[in-house]
Design a protein around this ligand. Structure first.
Ligand code: NAP
Length: 351
């Protein structure tokens, strides 16, 4: 986050040298019999892209064949690099334009933007401000919330990495989907550190505006709202109240969710549901009933932590979910998806 543009370029060059030689950053050399997978990173100079560089640079089964800024990126250069998988840590419109070309060139795509997350093409003009030129790819894209994917990542050509707020919300509420009373509003009160907005220079994101401050934004207009609605299968009739806030901190997402149940539930029932849902999930930790997670437990880690408290005799719950927006909300989740696509252990490069 504190890197200057020059620092970043030096880092990229170092990384390329390391990755193309026999030395691997902070990691054991891969099994000599296993050829590392060549990958490229577009948007490598952005916040999410820089995290990708760190993770992929130490991944024992990866060779970073190319890492690009806005100026150095082109589809032709990615093709020339020999990359078999490209991570797009680029703005939505850029991903929407270049992903189809990369796929046509036979390169698999893991897109960190929102360009392929929504299954319904008609939602893009109103929520994202552009129409998809290849809408059929929305049907093909695998929504890469790995804890809720089965075998589909293994066959995927195009993975839509979930948004940061939706990751925190869906991990917390999906296990409860069939208990939630859809006649009551699902309320998501979520807070994000400032890096969630990317590295754009804007007065609203300046130190003097944010320090000692706290504010809501994008109520009813945030692009993650249709993604949360889609991921929870809420349909059009259930009210979703999604209120994002800007935390005066650099990174981390803290989502507080309020749900009502069709029938009263017990803490033991919810504990069992979460345990069942995340028995094989190395990056999701569910806390004992009544214990709430804190940002400091997940910032700079690839983990999500979830806690819940029952209210009104088990008719309602407050669920809290925390992640690092740049890791579980972006880069480390993308690498979880990559590992599953390539058949590597899910935790490879991440622990
Ligand atoms: N920040 C988060 O917490 C977060 C979480 C989940 C998903 N995402 C998504 O991940 C993507 C990257 O987010 P970010 O926060 O890392 O953004 P960022 O810090 O603003 O970085 C954007 C990156 O994209 C590059 N870029 C811009 N225009 C380009 C173009 N026309 N062609 C090629 N590259 C271009 C930039 O290059 P330059 O350095 O040369 O400008 C930079 O490397 C976005 O789609 C975002 O929505 C972000």
């Amino acid at each position: 986050m504190t890197m200057t543009r020059e620092d970043t370029c030096v880092f990229i060059n170092d990384l390329r040298l390391e990755a193309s030689g026999s030395q691997y950053l902070n990691a054991e050399a891969p099994d000599a019999a296993v050829r590392p997978t060549p990958v490229a990173i577009a948007g490598a100079t952005g916040y999410a892209g820089m995290e990708l560089q760190k993770i992929l640079g130490r991944h024992p089964h990866v060779r970073v064949a190319g890492a690009y800024s806005s100026e150095s990126f082109s589809v032709a250069k990615v093709v020339e690099s020999g990359a078999e998988v490209v991570f797009l840590a680029t703005p939505n419109e850029v991903s929407a334009e270049v992903a189809p070309k990369l796929l046509d060139a036979g390169i698999k795509v893991i897109d960190l933007s929102g360009a392929f997350r929504l299954g319904e093409p008609g939602l893009y003009p109103s929520w994202y401000g552009f129409a998809h030129e290849r809408p059929e790819l929305l049907g093909e894209a695998v929504y890469g919330l790995p804890e809720w994917c089965n075998g589909e990542l293994k066959k995927a050509r195009l993975v839509a990495n979930p948004g940061c707020y939706p990751t925190s919300v869906l991990l917390a509420l999906r296990p409860l989907t069939y208990l939630i009373d859809r006649t009551q509003p699902v309320i998501v009160d979520a807070k994000s550190g400032v890096s969630g907005a990317g590295k754009k220079a804007d007065v609203a994101y300046s130190f003097t505006e944010l320090f000692g401050n706290f504010k809501a934004y994008g109520i009813g207009t945030h692009r993650h709202e249709p993604e949360i609605r889609q991921g929870l299968h809420l349909g059009e009739r259930t009210t979703l109240v999604f209120v994002p806030h800007l935390l005066p901190t650099d990174r981390g997402i803290y989502s507080t969710m309020h749900v009502g149940f069709t029938n009263p539930v017990t803490a033991e029932e919810l504990t069992a549901l979460y345990a069942d849902a995340y028995a094989d999930a190395p990056f999701v930790r569910v806390l004992p009933a009544g214990k709430m997670p804190e940002l400091k437990d997940v910032v700079n880690t690839p983990y999500a932590e979830i806690g819940f408290t029952l209210l009104h005799g088990g008719k309602r719950a407050v669920v809290v979910s925390v992640i690092d927006n740049l890791l579980k909300g972006a880069a480390s989740q993308a690498v979880q998806n990559f590992n599953r696509m390539c058949g590597y252990p899910e935790t490879e490069g991440l622990l």
